[in-house]
Design a protein around this ligand. Structure first.
Ligand code: BES
Ligand code: ZN
Ligand code: ZN
Length: 507
């Protein structure tokens, strides 16, 4: 993990390889004006010629050798002054860190005067941490994420990697607050990166057993209890829906339960449930070959659940949280379920399986029933459930569907705050009716052209949530990305961890 430190220093004299400065959309002012003077007007000229205007994530590099302490400066745009919030700072920091790394800097220092930083919001790191430092560290650490575990070392041409980040606090009196903000960011970033790691492992590594062991590891390191149910335990609980999906695979299914008790004894917990399909072939309703490799990411909801529990515990949040991950592969084979088969879930409801590729909802059904035993104050599930959500929202927001508007409102607000956007879709009664089967209680896909694939998926889940406030997040479009964003490199994003932590902090 990259080293982070906070120092108070004179920005003009601070000795470093690469000094990052932030610039809102206006001509150089404040410290930038001073630096412009030292650089013979290079910044002002760049602004005049529109080579650099301070647009969000725009960059400008310039040698400063001999005139400043730093060898070079990297200026990053923050966008319109009025619009600067934590998200803009995270993005600019991520862009800066990646740009510095691409230009083969090993160390980088960030300087951002809080007066320039707009309204980055309350620090999620308690009342005493600097929200600016938190956003800077979060954006930089997340932007610099790499997953190289399966690559052989190239001794002649090693990849460029930043090893150390220094945040320059604007004054000595701010150092403590900046350290607190940076420490918060680090804990959260570690959890997001652990989530991304779980996602990136191929399915021949990240099996249900691997996820269960990862959960055990998290529990051992933090104050969390961990329970892993095996196939026979699931049989005793009559989890016929989950076991139906698992029966086509040689990999044993695991049902992972993590309990974190940071709140008052007896306080109802928040239950987080994550889809843990470690590979989705579609089963007998086989998926086409092109792009099927991406279905190793079908356990993203599960990974986010584990990552969120890690973050909740390492940040010592004063809440009770339960994480539940039903984990299995979805495989075709001689013992796999077939279209038309009927399964019985642990609440006694019978399900006609019309498409074995709609397996996420089948495993979630038993997990949601299990969540009810905690009498939770809310159930939040995350799942790469439908391709349809990508049609609706692309890769820019996840869909939220549920039974409790207050819960949904809070989640949407956390999504906006963290840049992990959510958009609500309506759970009309007609969609619930569309999930009724002719010969069983429910069918796992809607037939007859009602459309709305994302909402019908959610409508199937509702009968398994009891009367508990429930929100379903369809993260199929946001869990991984093929075009990188400022602080989300290509691949697994870890979308959901930061959103849920913000929600839990605000409880
Ligand atoms: N894991 C997939 C959903 C998915 C698709 C995630 C594309 C990410 C990208 C899920 O299990 C699935 O196959 N859903 C089907 C449901 C359909 C059969 C009703 C889908 O979306 O096509
Ligand atoms: Zn599927
Ligand atoms: Zn799936």
């Amino acid at each position: 993990m990259i080293k982070t430190s906070v120092k108070s220093a004179n920005v003009l004299k601070y000795k470093t390889d690469c000094l990052v400065l932030f610039w809102p959309e206006k001509k150089p002012a404040g410290i930038l004006k001073q630096i412009d003077g030292l650089l013979n007007g290079a910044l002002g000229a760049a602004y005049k010629s529109k080579r650099f205007e301070g647009k969000l994530n725009q960059t400008f590099q310039q040698s400063a050798r001999g005139v400043m302490g730093a060898n070079s400066i990297l200026v990053v745009g923050l966008g319109k002054e009025k619009e600067i919030q934590a998200e803009q700072i995270r993005q600019a920091a991520g862009t800066a860190a990646k740009t510095a790394e691409k230009t083969r800097h090993g160390k980088v220092a960030f300087s951002l005067d809080e007066k320039e930083a707009g309204k980055p919001g309350k620090s999620k790191g308690g009342k005493t941490g600097s929200p600016v430092a938190e956003a800077l560290a979060e954006g930089a650490l997340l932007g610099l994420y790499h997953f190289d575990l399966y690559k052989s070392e190239d001794k002649d041409n090693p990849p460029s990697r930043i090893k150390e980040i220094t945040l320059l606090a604007p004054s000595p009196s701010k150092v403590t607050a900046w350290q607190r903000g940076a420490a918060q960011a680090r804990k959260l970033a570690e959890a997001v990166m652990a989530t991304r790691d779980l996602m990136h492992h191929p399915s021949n590594t990240a099996t249900p057993t691997y996820l269960a062991n990862a959960a055990r590891r998290i529990a051992r390191k933090h104050k969390i209890t961990c329970k892993i149910l095996n196939r026979s335990d699931m049989e005793k609980l009559k989890m016929g829906s989950l076991l139906g999906v698992a029966q086509g695979s040689h990999e044993p299914p695991k049902f992972i339960v993590l309990e974190y008790k940071g709140g008052k004894k007896g306080d109802a917990p928040v239950a987080i449930v994550g889809k843990g399909i470690t590979f989705d072939t579609g089963g007998i309703s086989l998926k086409p070959g092109a792009g099927m490799d991406e279905m190793k990411f079908d356990m993203s909801g599960g990974a986010v659940t584990l990552g969120t529990l890690q973050a909740v515990a390492s940040l010592k949040l004063k809440v009770n949280v339960v994480g539940i991950v039903p984990a299995t592969e979805n495989m075709p084979g001689g013992s796999a379920i077939k279209p038309g088969d009927i399964l019985t879930a642990s609440n006694g409801k019978t399900i006609e399986v019309l498409n074995t590729d709609a397996e996420g909802r089948l495993i979630l059904a038993d997990a949601l029933v299990y969540a009810q035993r905690y009498k939770p104050k809310a159930i939040i599930d995350l799942a790469t459930l439908t391709g349809a959500v990508i049609v609706a929202l692309g890769h820019l927001a996840a869909a939220v569907v549920g039974t409790d508007d207050k819960l949904i409102e809070k989640l949407i607000a956390s999504g906006t705050e963290t840049g992990e956007r959510l958009w609500q879709l309506p759970l009309y009664e007609e969609f619930e009716k569309a999930m009724k089967s002719d010969i069983a209680d429910l069918k796992n896909i809607a037939t007859g052209g009602i459309g709305a694939g994302t909402v019908t998926g959610a409508a199937f889940l509702k009968p398994f949530t009891g009367d508990y406030p429930w929100a379903h997040l369809d993260i199929a479009g946001t869990a991984w990305t093929s075009n990188e964003k400022p602080y989300v490199p290509k691949g697994g994003s870890g979308y959901g961890v930061r959103l849920l932590i913000d929600y839990l902090k605000n409880l």
